[in-house]
Design a protein around this ligand. Structure first.
Ligand code: HEM
Length: 431
């Protein structure tokens, strides 16, 4: 997508307004909140033509907290996201490319009853107990990384994503899966290509992009398939999430190797990217708000509420979608059946009708329920894990590097409209 060069000050919102084009200018990538504010005030349930025509020709953009929350929790809205009109059979399934095959099993694209089935297994796998048992592992990964920073070259040339938030997220995934730590670079290379397909509503890809995405999908699927087959052949040798998914039963039902392989790719995309951005965006927000930084340093017990506030203030996921299963009214507008709705989570999180002084970071804000993990039946399956990583990671950093400071430079966010995170965060550690 080309940059539009439009800023929040000079944009005119009218029926030709293309939100995604405006949001993709460098200034708005770094700070989309003034654009959100303008749209929320102008028309909180805004109609626009879809820039890509993907899924539907028309789009409704929802920017108010209460409207978003009711869309996410309303059973009249689903994903409606069957790819193509052809019914998938065992014969034609094998002819599909790896990406399309995996999408048939990704919970985020499914409606009940298919969604309920796979989600039931995921909920069992990601139980509160499972996440709580991971606590010491995540803490020891954080300690290992801190030690490496103290003793290695990063001490004098520290970049938070490279040296901390990226390895914390990817090592946690390797630990959960029981996969070799050395593989995480290549897994991330594939995953970061495949994850781009979650942006299809807002982004038009070139043939070259698509080829790379399809190739990466094939490679990551092959990689995980081999691992799942090995676990399936020798389950007694392993004690990890993959083997757990293989052994889980719901009455007589179980997940197939193909379903587990596809699910692992989905989990990897989510678990590599979003927790990394939550930690990085959270530290960036704190360093720009020294009063809040001091509060958390002096009272690490505030971390749970602080992570909710980081999620609200600068969400790693900026939107999620739904599709109407039948005609429905949202914020007074009638939305016809079969239309795509984009819930702008980042905009709802800054809605002054919900949060007093929404542009202020306040880690002691009361009753914050951020929209950042979505809602209803699609509520993020990894929310507990993401919170654990952020709570552990951020408190470890503050405890060990209490004098860290921003450098005298401009920091920029990467150019995705869906996933929000800094490109890099170089800091002075002052140790
Ligand atoms: C800060 C970190 C994270 C954020 C902000 C985030 C955000 C989201 C959002 C917005 C959705 C869509 C919800 C909806 O449409 O209502 C979602 C779904 C999902 N997330 Fe996360 N996520 C994060 C971390 C993770 C992690 C660590 C995992 C896996 C370990 C994960 C797995 C999933 C899955 C499987 C879904 C699909 C759920 C469904 O459709 O039923 N996420 N997430």
């Amino acid at each position: 997508m080309k940059n539009s060069g439009e800023t929040a000050k000079n944009i005119v919102i009218n029926e030709d307004f293309n939100l995604f084009k405006v949001l993709s200018s460098p200034e708005n990538i770094d700070n989309p909140y003034p654009v959100y504010q303008k749209l929320r005030e102008y028309d909180p349930v805004f109609y626009m033509k879809s820039p890509t025509g993907f899924l539907s020709e028309d789009l409704w953009i929802v920017t108010r907290y209460d409207n978003i929350s009711s869309v996410l929790n309303n059973k009249k809205f689903g994903r409606g996201n069957r790819f193509g009109k052809t019914k998938i059979t065992a014969q034609n399934y094998s002819k599909l490319n790896a990406l399309t095959q995996m999408r048939q099993h990704w919970v985020n694209f499914l409606d009940p009853p298919e969604h309920t089935r796979i989600r039931t297994f995921l909920n069992k796998a990601f139980s509160v107990k499972f996440v709580s048992n991971l606590k010491p592992n995540v803490k020891s990964i954080a300690d290992y990384l801190i030690d490496k920073i103290r003793t290695g070259p990063a001490k004098n040339d520290f970049e938070l994503i490279r040296d901390f938030s990226y390895p914390l997220a990817t090592l946690t995934v390797a630990e959960m899966y029981g996969t070799p730590k050395e593989d995480r670079e290549i897994i991330d290379k594939w995953a970061s290509q495949v994850v781009r397909t979650l942006d299809v509503v807002t982004n038009q890809y070139t043939q070259e992009d698509l080829q790379l995405i399809y190739k990466s999908a094939e490679e990551i699927k092959d990689y995980f398939r081999k691992i799942v087959e090995e676990r399936a052949a020798n389950p007694e040798k392993y004690d990890d999430l993959i083997t757990k998914l293989l052994l889980l039963r719901d009455n007589d039902d179980m997940l197939s190797i193909e379903e587990i392989t596809s699910t692992l790719v989905l989990l990897t995309m989510d678990a590599h990217e979003a927790p990394k951005n939550l930690i990085t965006n959270g530290i960036y927000a704190l360093l720009r708000n020294p009063d809040q930084l001091d509060k958390l340093k002096n009272n690490p017990g505030l971390i749970e509420g602080a992570v909710d506030e980081f999620l609200r203030y600068d969400s790693p996921a900026q939107f999620t979608g739904r599709r109407t299963n039948e005609d429905e009214i949202v914020g007074g507008k009638e939305i016809k059946k079969g239309i795509q709705i984009i819930c702008m989570l980042g905009a709802g999180n800054r809605d002054p009708a919900k949060f007093e002084n929404p542009d202020k970071l306040d880690i002691e804000r009361k009753n914050v329920i951020p929209l950042s993990f979505g809602g209803g039946i699609h509520y993020c399956a990894g929310a507990g894990l993401a919170r654990l990583e952020a709570e552990t990671g951020i408190n470890s950093l503050l405890e060990n590097f209490p004098r860290m400071k921003l450098k005298d430079k401009k920091y920029h966010y990467h150019a995705s409209l869906h996933s929000r995170g800094l490109e890099s965060l170089e800091l002075n550690l002052n140790i």
